[in-house]
Design a protein around this ligand. Structure first.
Ligand code: SF4
Length: 234
């Protein structure tokens, strides 16, 4: 997906400099072929400087084909969760920065599901999302799934980290809040059974009241009102 925005939709206070820098980053990213075991081309979201950044795990085959993150079944579940706390898919894609631990498809696991990228692949790809963090300087980071969560914090158990808000400090000193979510994959049963069900609800409630989330929600409502006003005046 190519980056892009229209001025009427830009976040309050968002300059074009950061958006341009993200655009340059994505032009480099789509040409990356460092991992022989990964299938590209690499996928990224829209170039948007946002107070909210989501970090997924790695794209699947559909995402690679369409060049759009979370465009298939896991995305449907994820966007249903976000819609339940006030932001629909289209708004989220336009107003939040969508990143991932790895940007290429890792291939299938012979035992079922997608292969989990290995430590070398994760390390090689980390520069892309770390640069996105530094350019966008989000105040809320939502890591989705275990592989994403462990890039930001020590604990590996969803039961221990989902349902709470955690502090994050990047190597450069940037501070943000972390609210982890489970991966919305249909293969996962964690969020369909207790305690996962309740912990997911708690996590979504925390995101809903976070000032960064409220900011993109408010900006979206203001942009819609402005568009409606323009149409009404036409
Ligand atoms: S997984 Fe990341 S580092 Fe590896 S080829 Fe794809 S974009 Fe490049």
């Amino acid at each position: 997906m190519t980056g892009g925005h229209d001025d009427g939709d830009m976040m309050a206070g968002q300059g074009t400099h950061g958006v341009d820098a993200l655009g340059h980053l994505y032009r480099d990213l789509v040409g990356c072929r460092r991992c022989s075991g990964m299938q590209g081309p690499p996928v990224h979201g829209q170039a948007v400087i946002s107070p909210v950044m989501m970090v997924g795990q790695a794209p699947g085959t559909r995402e690679i084909l369409q060049g759009i993150p979370f465009c298939w079944t896991a995305g449907k579940t994820l966007f249903r969760w976000f819609e339940s706390i006030g932001i629909d898919e289209q708004t989220f894609r336009r107003r939040a920065l969508m990143s991932a631990v790895c940007r290429c498809f890792p291939g299938k696991n012979p035992k079922g599901g997608d292969r989990v990228p290995d430590a070398v692949e994760v390390e090689r790809c980390s520069g892309w999302w770390q640069t996105e963090v530094e350019l966008a300087r989000p105040r809320l980071i939502i890591p989705v799934g275990k592989l994403a969560i462990v890039q930001f914090m020590e604990s590996k158990r969803l039961n221990d980290v989902v349902g709470a808000q955690w502090p994050y400090r990047s190597p450069s000193g940037l501070e943000a809040d972390l609210i982890p979510l489970p991966h919305p994959s249909g293969a996962s049963t964690w969020f369909k059974m207790e305690p996962g069900k309740t912990l997911l609800e708690q996590a979504l409630s925390l995101i809903e009241v976070h000032p960064a989330w409220r900011e993109i929600r408010t900006a979206s409502a203001a942009a819609q009102a402005s568009r409606a006003g323009r149409i009404g005046a036409a």
